[in-house]
Design a binder for this molecule. Sequence first.
Ligand code: 13P
Length: 246
Amino acid sequence: MIIANWKCNGSKQMIFTWFEEFVKNYISKESSYIGIAPPTIYLEYVKRIISEKSLGIKLGTQDLDAASGAMTGAISAEMILDYECNFSIVGHSERRQYFDEKNSSIKEKIHKLIDVATPILCVGETFEENKNNLIEEVISKQLRVLEGLNFQNEIVIAYEPVWAIGTGKTPLKEEVNEIHKFIKDVVQSSSINSLIPHVLYGGSVNVDNCKDFFNCEFIDGALIGGASLEGTSFANIVKSFNGSYK
Ligand code: 13P
């Protein structure tokens, strides 16, 4: 599974060019394991192009709100269902950092979303926490938002070390692989029906380093920011993933 998180980037012109480049470089029709989370205002435009080009790319939102009604600016789980989005990113570190999102509200969002679309729950430690060997402790706490859920449907966790996002730095692939195994074990042991989640890696993934990650046993794909903003580079990452398809 390869997900593009465009964050607050793009324009209609960028999106048009993106798809021109993507289809030029990715000729396979098999695209059901690819997802795009555009800025919400462009969802309709992206949906139209995906349909016109007969691509199977999944659509998702970058966030949602647990409440609905008098909540100016919010997007509810009901709207995500109504619009047939396949997934929503929840708890991205930028939401935690710039919008002061806490595990308690992330938990509410996941509980709202679970029967509607696939949650992509982001977890990961800061640089300080990494240096203090607190990775497992921090991630365990962040995964507690899943407590009490009955996972009938798919759930995806994205391991995104905060210090690796947009910095060009990444952990070693062996370290990522080990943390992904840890995440799978924690989620499996806390879920009622022993569901094992897909775990994606995110943080400075690019065309050059992606293959190393994709070849690891417990890395099921990637959540990509910067390198997903160009159709050609994203297509090449997808091709790499295809080459190491598990
Ligand atoms: P970058 O790929 O730009 O480091 O961003 C990763 C990310 O935050 C994806 O959600």
